[in-house]
Design a protein around this ligand. Sequence first.
Ligand code: DX5
Ligand code: ZN
Length: 216
Amino acid sequence: MEHLLAPSILAADFANLERDIHMVNASQADWFHLDVMDGVFVPNISFGMPVIKSIAKHAKKPLDVHLMIVDPDRYLSEFADLGADVLTVHAEACSHLHRTLGQIRDLGMKAGVALNPHTPVESLVDVVDEIDLVCLMSVNPGFGGQRFIERTFQKTKAMRRLLDQANSKAYVEIDGGVGPDNWSDLVEAGADVLVAGSSTFNASDPHSAIIEMKGL
Ligand code: DX5
Ligand code: ZN
């Protein structure tokens, strides 16, 4: 499988969002990663529906929406209407994860589930058939630009094993602190989608940074 790069818009310049979206459209990046934070599930507030609506108008690549919010069931259909292609909820934020994932698929989106660094991959054993993407947090969610947690390499391998054993074709996505220093080790460990916020948008030349990370 090809390895996909998803620039996190959290690291874009919100006063020049259209410019940054066009940069991603014209680049070798694959998806838009959109981080929605509610100030409750995580200690930060990012952006919500009106901003995603504006992004969707210009984005020419799939929208990978990462919900860091409590009780995401309340908003699933709204995100479908906004044009989310992948909708990822946190396992820690869902009391009925199996049902939530089924609803996401019923709404026509890929169902993603994110795990905080402390949540073991084994917690997904009984929902593995309902998952299209697993997002392993390689930082504690809430902020861009944090340091990558090294333990993620082992966790990625363990996740890949678990999915293979279940004959699952779900993507493994890694989110937080990803850049040129850990990209190839993550790919080797079994990552399919790599979220890159700071390492894309803070680079002096984002286009070359993307090409370099993807090894093109
Ligand atoms: C963290 C977010 C990440 C973040 C990644 O809570 O889920 O997607 O934007 O940013 P970097 O790549 O800068 O660590
Ligand atoms: Zn994210």
